[in-house]
Design a protein around this ligand. Structure first.
Ligand SMILES: Cc1cc2nc3c(=O)[nH]c(=O)nc-3n(C[C@H](O)[C@H](O)[C@H](O)COP(=O)(O)O)c2cc1C
Length: 214
């Protein structure tokens, strides 16, 4: 079984990012070997890292961070997943503050005895949602792909990029709440990223089993 965890990093509940993420995950809905789950950062209280180094000095299998907040739900979900899809709106040319807070708090997977390397070999895909063509979507996606690599994860090629104004021209389209779903090409890139994440996760799982059985 491949478990895909999708995390929506918008402060807006049921906004474009969340809806796009759910639509992208539909690309693997008919695959009996794949299970999906979505977590919304909008509903979780996640503080920024305070650099207390508790994640390095005091980590244990049960203890990830000295702060106790919404990350308590995120940490075990990250560890359980074979593939992680991070979906974020573009905010001032980069990922949302909520998403950045969450990623900073994932430092526990870089150092220490209990959780170092906890995300190694998991597949990562980024989905970015922005209002403007040349509004920072590519940069945001690059940063997410780099983030996956820093955790020892395997980024799927490019990921997905979706515009929420018609042709990225920056005009508000009244009456359509989820413009992300109107960007057909963008939605295809997002679905392709999820499909590729599932495929890569299967390859990695099969490869590990073959090595164990050899
Ligand atoms: C604080 C803030 C900054 C933003 N900055 C950008 C930006 O730099 N580039 C861009 O393309 N869109 C920008 N946007 C627009 C959002 O990316 C866009 O509306 C997106 O669809 C929001 O997704 P959501 O509904 O899931 O929050 C910004 C929105 C906010 C609230």
């Amino acid at each position: 079984m491949i478990r895909i965890l999708g995390i929506a990093g918008s402060p807006v509940k049921e906004g474009n990012t969340e809806v796009l993420l759910k639509e992208a995950l539909r690309a693997v809905a008919s695959d009996p070997e794949v299970e999906t789950r979505v977590l919304n950062l909008s509903g979780l209280d996640i503080a920024g890292c305070r650099h207390c180094n508790g994640c390095i000095k005091n980590q244990s299998p049960e203890k990830f961070c000295s702060l106790v907040d919404g990350m308590e739900e995120i940490y075990p979900a990250l560890l359980r997943a074979e593939a992680i899809i991070l979906a974020t709106p573009v905010h001032i040319g980069r990922m949302s503050g909520l998403m950045a807070n969450m990623i900073d708090r994932m430092r526990v997977f870089v150092y220490g005895n209990a959780h170092r390397g906890g995300l190694t070999d998991k597949v990562g895909a980024g989905l970015v949602v922005g209002f403007l063509r040349h509004g920072g979507l590519e940069m945001t996606l690059s940063i997410l792909n780099n983030t996956f690599a820093l955790f020892g994860m395997i980024p799927v090629g490019r990921g997905g990029m979706v515009l929420t104004s018609l042709e990225g021209k920056g005009k508000v389209n009244k009456g359509i709440r989820h413009m992300a779903l109107e960007d057909g090409l963008g939605v295809l890139t997002a679905k392709g990223a999820v499909q590729r994440a599932a495929e890569l996760a299967k390859i990695i799982q099969a490869g590990k089993k073959a090595l164990r059985d050899a």
